[in-house]
Design a protein around this ligand. Sequence first.
Ligand code: NDP
Length: 237
Amino acid sequence: MALFSNKSVLVLGGSRGIGAAIVRRFATEGASVVFSYAGSQAAAEQLAKETGSRAVMADSADRDAVTELVRSAGPLDVLVVNAGVAIFGDARELDSGDIDHLFRINIHAPYHAAVEAARQMQNGGRIIVIGSVNGDRMPIPGLAAYAVSKSALQGLARGLARDFGPQGITVNIVQPGPVDTDMNPAEGPMKALMHSFMAIQRHGKPEEVAGMVAWLAGPEASFVTGAMHTIDGGFGA
Ligand code: NDP
């Protein structure tokens, strides 16, 4: 029997990049997968068709849309919050509304989704949020709000692990370094600078991150909670 047969998995932000690799991984291993998207309808529909999963339009910036999706998808065995955005620029010049929008997607949505999921999850439930090594280390200017948002997830994991531990639900953060996606293409202008910080000087693959997520969702990780799991080629070493 496949590892995630009869398991119900919701991935917030699954249409592209790391999220799409996570959807593929769970679907391949037998899970019933629902994923959300905001802008990439064609990619979402294609992925749903390819994997037998279900795509739902739900903007992570909209708290009601997120909690309604989690509520209607439940009870979940696994919630993965992957949706995230980055804004690059001098903090003094960036639009404050854009920064609040980033915080809604990167901080508020993971928090409210995790809490809503835990209301219905059974013992053994798994909540996994995609953070970033930038939650630990920010070696360049221009990404302060992004770093704030990824550090905030560390508090989310530590605090909610305490709240949900007695229910048998684990809460963990996966912290990738540079991964080859639309957000951070391997051949982008920052390539040489980013690789200079790394022990393994290449971008990661979305599938490598999906592998760590699958492990955290699986039976071998039953004693792992409130923790950050960095997968970054040594970026933060
Ligand atoms: P991409 O930009 O390639 O993909 C982002 C995904 O999130 C898309 O499926 C997108 O869907 C979805 N998404 C974005 N905003 C929303 C929203 N408001 N509502 C619903 N879905 C949304 O990013 P990555 O795959 O690279 O990143 C995924 C996660 O990994 C993010 O949290 C990011 O911060 C984190 N990360 C990425 C790293 C990298 O180097 N790539 C490094 C460290 C962390 P749609 O297009 O449909 O809106």
